[in-house]
Design a binder for this molecule. Structure first.
Ligand code: UT7
Length: 322
């Protein structure tokens, strides 16, 4: 028994913030942002939008493409760094909004790797026969935890959601997934304000925001993703020549280009959405996937390599026969 992607969906807030808009907020230029990151614009959630409201919309669209109804769903996993509240978890909020009852529903907190972690977990539930229809979501409202005075980070991030529906299949589907992490890099990228730690700063009204040593993260990301590509191909028993599309986490165009070079894939075979979406953390891969499926680039039967790297550090990949 395997699992396969039966449908995808995504949601982006209407409000678009261009680099020209950001030039008015911090000391930066469109030229710097595009040269260093590839980003031209990003979507930003309106005050009434939340991680769960975007996840719900993306899920509805994924279910529709899969020809499934909420009543079919028996498993919900959400990757998110920016849950609406600590609990109830985003999975249960999505569950209730879609009228689903009595299923597992949870969030995975592995930053940008959240979707790939959730996908890997859901795949295992389908493979062992415990799920027949899993909803796997990545959704983020990062604009709420960005310091809009810090030009080193505020130019990078965006909001949005993506979702996939997994169904059982006799052939893979999800060929293999690989998950990993190394907590020793904590200081390079974190959001150090929480419940049992860092809460006193929040209570004191001190500004809370993502902390990142960008160029150090960059180097570890490129090296780790290079290793991850080799490990994933070996684990899946797939040659790099068999990859039709690289669907990477969308953090920085230069990181994506390095991964493409490693696979000897021309950029025409790489799904790039960082230009218009910015870095949407756990939402970036399902957003990119849905974009390229709906515009007809990714077709049934093609082999996809999904790879991600994020805070923790966490990283992961999936080889997918679409
Ligand atoms: O998704 C999770 C994982 N996150 C990532 O993968 C992010 C990885 N890191 C990156 O994408 C890049 O490191 C950044 C885009 C964040 C930064 O690019 P960089 O080429 O590594 O630049 P840098 O941090 O080394 O900074 C170079 C210069 C500095 O000025 P000096 O010290 O050389 O005078 C910065 O102060 O660029 C300056 N700078 C800016 N200038 C204009 C930093 N941010 C900006 C800005 N506009 N927004």
């Amino acid at each position: 028994m395997y699992s396969r992607i039966a449908g995808t969906g995504s949601y982006l807030p209407k409000k678009v913030l261009t680099n020209a808009d950001i030039e008015k907020i911090v000391d930066t230029t469109d030229e710097w942002i595009q040269t260093r990151t590839g980003i031209k614009s990003r979507h930003v959630a309106a005050a009434h939008e939340t991680t769960s409201s975007m996840a719900i919309e993306a899920s509805r669209r994924a279910l529709e493409m899969a020809g499934a109804t909420p009543a079919d769903v028996d498993f919900i996993a959400v990757g998110t760094t920016t849950p609406d509240v600590l609990f109830p978890n985003v999975g249960t909020i999505v569950q209730t909004a879609l009228g689903i009852h009595d299923t597992p529903a949870f969030s995975v907190e592995t930053a940008c790797s959240g979707f790939v972690y959730a996908l890997s977990i859901a795949d295992k539930f389908l493979r062992c026969g415990e799920s027949q229809c899993a909803l796997v979501i990545g959704s983020e409202c990062l604009s709420r935890i960005v310091d809009w005075k810090d030009r080193g980070t505020c130019v990078l991030f965006g909001d949005g959601a993506g979702a996939v529906v997994l169904r059982p299949a006799e052939q893979p589907g999800i060929v293999t997934t690989l998950l990993s992490a190394d907590g020793k890099y904590r200081a390079l990228l974190n959001y150090p304000y929480g419940v049992s730690s860092g809460f006193e700063k929040l209570r004191a009204g001190k500004p809370a925001a993502i902390v990142m040593k960008g160029n150090e993260v960059f180097k570890v990301a490129v090296n780790t993703l290079s290793r991850l590509v080799d490990q994933t191909l070996a684990k899946g028993g797939v040659d790099q020549s068999q990859i039709d599309w690289l669907v990477p986490h969308q953090a920085n165009l230069r990181i994506i280009q390095a991964a493409a070079r490693k696979l000897a894939l021309p950029m025409e075979r790489v799904v790039v959405t960082v230009t218009e979406h910015g870095n949407t953390s756990a939402a970036s891969i399902p957003l990119a996937l849905d974009t390229a499926i709906r515009d007809g680039r990714i077709r049934r039967g093609q082999m996809l390599l999904l790879e991600t790297f994020g805070g923790g550090f966490t990283w992961g990949s999936a080889l997918v026969r679409f």
